[in-house]
Design a protein around this ligand. Structure first.
Ligand code: ASP
Ligand code: MG
Length: 406
């Protein structure tokens, strides 16, 4: 006997019929001789519906109350799923994040799991063999409910898989695995059989919406194998795990794009030690997700600093850099919307440095301008006009052989 952790996303639970389907799948897994801990998201779009409800009441709802509200979505699905399993004649119990011992820090709406007190959970696994846990939620040191950020149920699942030493953490979604790019925009893009933690982390962070980035980090730290697969079919999906000898010929594993990128720039920043620290420390303290930072070559004692943030953080970021401009006597700040980030990711780039040049070449042939560029050892990202992002993704996917031939 061993524990299998399964996580079901909102689309797999969107209707009572689908909830019954998930119940059958869990029971099947148990009948194969496993104990099952199932982590669930809220039904369908219900988290979005709750957010819309809050917006009707207040423009700036307190984050504590938002988490109180959003956590209810998962409570609906754990109870309904437990009822479905019970009605099929199996023993089962549902647990909230708190009951499952999920302790977080107190960053409401973006909390991080600090530890899992798994005594109760392990007892319930022994007693019942099937335990349903609410994803996305935990409690902080004051026993207040926190949530882990949109898509955070993945992270609950991986953290629980690590805590109970599960054999595997299966993430069920409405696609049958991880693709080399977004199948909705790149026609015929290939499905991956396996991807390394580092590559998956880059793709998830860059906006490929399959897995919550933090879940991949937690999986890497604890060596949890993630199996991303569909709840509507039985086909094998994609394994996310440590990959030993990467196929050397595969230079680029995947492409990610994000069409909600905003560029911010500060001109004429004094070229002195500590200035960059000041600004990015403030942005970090506000938990603004700064994605790309470029500092121009120094000219007459001043620099220009540009960076990108997600659209959702743009107002707060603008306030901060406007304050900063006054404080250090910079010349001007600007903000530019309507941009996209397109990235290629692949562990093979470490030993094959031609990838960036090939990407720039095919984009330039299409007349697509690169507003910003940044690279790491396994990634190259460019900022381009959002209107040309889909076309650019297709061109780059073809160049790196990421589409099926037909
Ligand atoms: N229900 C939450 C969301 O929609 C958490 C999740 O689905 O993982 O973001
Ligand atoms: Mg989700």
């Amino acid at each position: 006997m061993g524990v299998i952790v399964q996580k079901y996303g909102g689309s797999s639970l969107a209707t009572t019929e689908r909830i019954r389907n998930v119940a059958r799948r869990i029971i099947e897994t148990k009948k194969k001789g496993n104990q099952v801990v199932a982590i669930v998201s809220a039904m369908g779009d219900s988290t979005d519906d709750l957010i819309a409800l809050a917006k009707e009441i207040s423009d700036r709802p307190p984050k504590r109350e938002m988490d109180m509200l959003l956590s209810t979505g998962e409570q609906v699905s754990i109870s309904l799923l437990a009822m479905a399993i019970e009605s099929m004649g199996e023993d089962v119990i549902s647990l909230t994040g708190q009951q499952a011992g999920i302790r977080t820090d107190d960053m409401y709406s973006k909390a991080r799991i600090v530890n899992i007190v798994s005594t109760r959970l392990e007892q319930e696994i022994k007693d019942k063999s099937i335990v349903i846990v609410a994803g996305f939620q935990g409690i902080n040191a004051n026993d207040d409910i926190t949530t882990l950020g949109r898509g955070g149920s993945d992270t609950t699942a991986v953290a629980i898989a690590a805590a109970v030493k599960a054999k595997v953490c299966e993430i069920y979604t409405d696609v049958d695995g991880v693709y080399a790019g977004d199948p909705r925009i790149i026609k015929g893009v290939k499905k991956l059989d396996v991807i390394s933690y580092d590559e998956m982390l880059e793709l998830a962070t860059l906006g490929a919406a399959v897995l919550h980035p933090r879940s991949v980090e937690v999986a890497k730290i604890h060596g949890v194998t993630i199996h991303v697969r569909s709840s509507f079919t039985d086909t094998t999906g994609t394994l996310v795990q440590e990959v030993g000898d990467m196929e050397k010929e595969i230079i680029v594993t995947g492409i990610a794009h994000d069409m909600d990128v905003v560029k911010m720039a500060i001109f004429g920043v004094p070229d002195e030690p500590g200035v960059a620290y000041l600004i990015f420390d403030e942005l970090a303290k506000a938990h603004i997700n700064v994605q790309m930072i470029v500092q121009s070559a120094e000219k007459k004692g001043v620099n220009d600093i540009a960076f990108t943030v997600p659209k959702s953080d743009k107002e707060e970021a603008l306030e901060i850099i406007t304050r900063f401009k006054e404080k250090v006597g910079a010349n001007a700040v600007i903000m530019k919307d309507g941009l996209a980030r397109l990235s290629i990711v692949g562990a093979g780039m470490i030993t094959n440095p031609t990838a960036a040049a090939r990407m720039f070449m095919v984009l330039s042939k299409a007349g697509i301008n690169l507003e910003m560029i940044s690279t790491s050892d396994i990634k190259v990202s460019v900022i381009i006009d959002a209107k040309r992002c889909v076309e650019a993704a297709e061109i780059v996917a073809k160049e790196f052989d990421l589409v099926e031939e037909n």
